[in-house]
Structure formats: C-alpha cells, structure tokens
Design a binder for this molecule. Structure first.
Ligand SMILES: [Zn+2]
Length: 399
C-alpha cells in the first residue's frame, strides 16, 4: 500500500495552486518567449481565463510585458508576452579559492556586468570584503529591481541555516556568508555548494536537451558532485548530501585534508594529477601543491606534447575520475553526467578513458551520456543565478 507523507502534504497545500500556476506560466514565457496567451493555454493545459488573470497580474508586477502582435491559430491578432528584462537583476556570486566573481544577470540568465577580486583567505576578512564589494556593485545601478542573490561556494552548505559547514580548500568552517549581505542589501540570499550550482546551471541553461536525472562532477582543487534526481537536487537530511569528493575510494589510501584517507578527490583532482607527475619525475613522496613547480594547465600541455610522465599522470587522474563516475552511474542511473573543470580541455583523451571504465563496470547503465561543460559558460556563476530564478519560476519542463 502506498503511504502518504503527511508532512510533505502540508507543505504542498501551503504552496497554493495559484502559486504553482503562476510559476508554470512564468516558466513557459521564459523558455518559449515571445508567446501568446493562447499558446500558453495550449501548452500548459490551464484555462484561458486563468492565463489571462495570471498574465494581467504579471504585467502589473512588471515581470512580463506585451511585445509585438502575433497571430494565433484562428488568425486573430494578439499581443505576444515576453519577460521584462528592464525590470530585474539577479546578483550571482562565485566564490573560488583564488578568486571571487560578482555578476549581474537578467531574467534570461544573460550576464550584463561582472567583476572579480582575490578571495581573502581569512573568513571574517572575506565576509567584510564581499559585503563592501556587493554594496559598491549595486550602488551605480539604482534603476534595477534586484530579485535576490545566489552564492556558489566550494564546500558543504547546510540548507537549513545557509551556513558553510566546511570548505576544505579554503579552510573555512561554520561560516555565515548570507547574514551580513541580507542586512546590507535587504535581498534574499541563497548559498549552495558549487557542484550543486553547476547541476542547476545545467538544468536551467544547459545546451543539451533537458533531462530529469543528471550528475555534475566538478574537477578542480578537489572533486565535487551535484546530483539531480527526478528534477530535484539531492540535499539529504543535513542539506550537504549528494557529495562524493570525500567518499573513500581506496581503503587506507592517501591522506586527505578532510582527515580521512583514500578520498576520491585525492586520486583525480588537479592537485592529485600534479602529485602523480611529481612522484613519477622524482620518485618521491607527495609534496604540497605549492612545491610542484608546475600548474595543472602546464601538466596538460606537457601531456599533449607527449611527455611520458605528464601523460601518465593525466591518464591516471582520468582513470580514477572514471572509477568514481562508474560508481555514481551504477548507484543513481543518471541519463547524463557532465564533467566541469580544466581537465575537460583534454576531453577526447580523458573522456575515452572514462567511457571505457563506465562501459566495463556499469553493464546495463552504459547508455549514460557523458558530456564536458563549457567553462566559457561560467557554470558556477550561472548556477548562482539559477538559485535565485528557481524561487520564481517552475522547474524547467521536459518537452
Ligand atoms: Zn577527504
């Protein structure tokens, strides 16, 4: 017998039919604009009178505007609806260990302005600097109605408190980024793990056809994963779930800054590849990244030029990337896995290694589509924009 979760039912009834219909209409306008009221009715299955009511309200609130006249199927003229891009600004912030970027996007997710600054390592200094920068960013843009702020961070985020639980690559623990920003700007602030942000970006702005089950794997200083199942981000009870970078891949393996041994990211992150390379060159133990004397892009360049130890190090990192991805594919049966990071610049080489492992290990799930994200699309920053958009728009529909 199917059990009904009454607590979930309570939440669903608080979120009224009117809200849901409004989000559906807004999302159809976002994805299909310019679109007529009749087309919205046809695609959504909602009553024409409901559409008229919602559209009038959205126009009054300046969310949408009437554009040029189009003809409907009966040949009658009607004004087409489109998003009012004059109205809204969304502030996206991408925090990375070296650099933080602040950007303004419109309701279509297009960037209009962005600026970057070096990320201060001291967390209190960072919060002060971020707040100061955001205030300075908003000041010369008085005509824009800001809808909210989305922040993508490299670390685990408690979804209830919106605090960063732990960011191993920045060394930050239990940090509140949002409180001061909320106070200063009066805007809502959403904080999300960077890999989750990338998964949201893929769902909202991805170039490939939309899917409901998708995993993003970000490869940088560490490894992060964002998991979307049945169209929803996996957060778990703490809000920090769906994260596999610190899952033990090798029992009693390499020590990890998180305190465990054998974590996946110790075997296939950029710094892991540099570690392999150094060991192959010097036959010595792993050393801190600052002592490698080589950057990850340089390592990839040397691999491309055929330097044996660079090629072996890159291939080994790709191998372990494949081992981890095969585990995720077997466990979650996603339709698509998207890899994000500098390693995708060697995609033909890297993807061939991953595909081979997935083919050998995943049996029935090998139909999974493996893609590389385009770094030029700024997936982490776009994800920060999507965090805000998802408060207003229904989740994108599958055509
Ligand atoms: Zn770890």
């Amino acid at each position: 017998m199917r059990k009904i979760d009454l607590s979930a039912f309570q939440t669903a009834t608080n979120f009224t039919t009117r809200d849901i219909n409004r989000r559906i209409v807004l999302d159809l306008i976002r994805t299909q604009q310019p679109i007529s009221r009749a087309d919205i009715a046809r695609r959504s299955g909602l009553q024409r009178s409901t559409i008229t009511q919602i559209a009038d309200q959205l126009i009054a609130q300046n969310w949408i505007e009437e554009g040029e006249a189009g003809r409907n199927i009966r040949g009658r003229k009607s004004r087409l609806l489109q998003l009012n891009l004059e109205r809204a600004g969304i502030l996206g912030i991408n925090v990375r260990p070296l650099q933080t970027t602040i950007a303004q996007a419109d309701l279509n997710g297009r960037f209009h302005a962005q600026e970057s600054f070096l990320t201060p390592r001291d967390p209190e200094h960072f919060v002060r600097e971020l707040t100061r920068r955001v205030r300075a960013f908003l000041a010369p843009r008085p005509g824009i109605r800001w809808e909210g702020i989305g922040i993508s961070v490299p670390g685990a985020v408690d979804q209830r408190t919106q605090r960063i639980i732990f960011s191993p690559n920045l060394g930050w623990r239990d940090l509140d980024l949002s409180h001061e920003l909320k106070q200063v700007t009066g805007l809502g602030v959403t904080v999300e793990n960077a890999s989750n942000a990338c998964a949201l970006a893929e769902i909202w702005f991805g170039r490939a056809a939309p899917v409901r089950n998708l995993i993003t794997v970000t490869v940088a200083e560490g490894i992060g994963t964002g998991i979307i199942l049945n169209g929803e981000l996996v957060h778990g009870a703490s809000g920090a779930g769906g994260e596999f970078g610190h899952v033990t891949l090798v029992e009693d393996g390499l020590p990890c800054p998180c305190g465990n041994r054998g974590c996946w990211e110790r075997y296939s992150s950029n710094s892991a590849a540099l570690d392999w390379h150094h060991q192959l060159e010097h036959k010595r133990q792993a050393i801190p990244e600052a002592m490698h004397g080589l950057s990850f892009p340089e390592l990839m360049q040397r691999a491309a030029e055929g330097e044996p130890s660079a090629a072996a190090a890159l291939d080994r990192a790709a191998h372990y990337l494949g081992v981890g991805i095969a585990m995720l594919v077997t466990g979650f049966a996603p339709e698509r896995v998207v890899v994000i990071g500098e390693i995708t610049q060697a995609w033909p080489r890297v993807s061939a290694i991953i595909q081979e492992i997935v083919r050998r290990r995943c049996g029935m799930y090998q139909a999974v589509e493996l893609l590389a994200a385009n770094e030029a699309d700024q997936p982490r920053l776009r994800g920060a924009i999507a965090m805000v958009l998802q408060h207003y728009f229904a989740a994108p529909r599958i055509a």
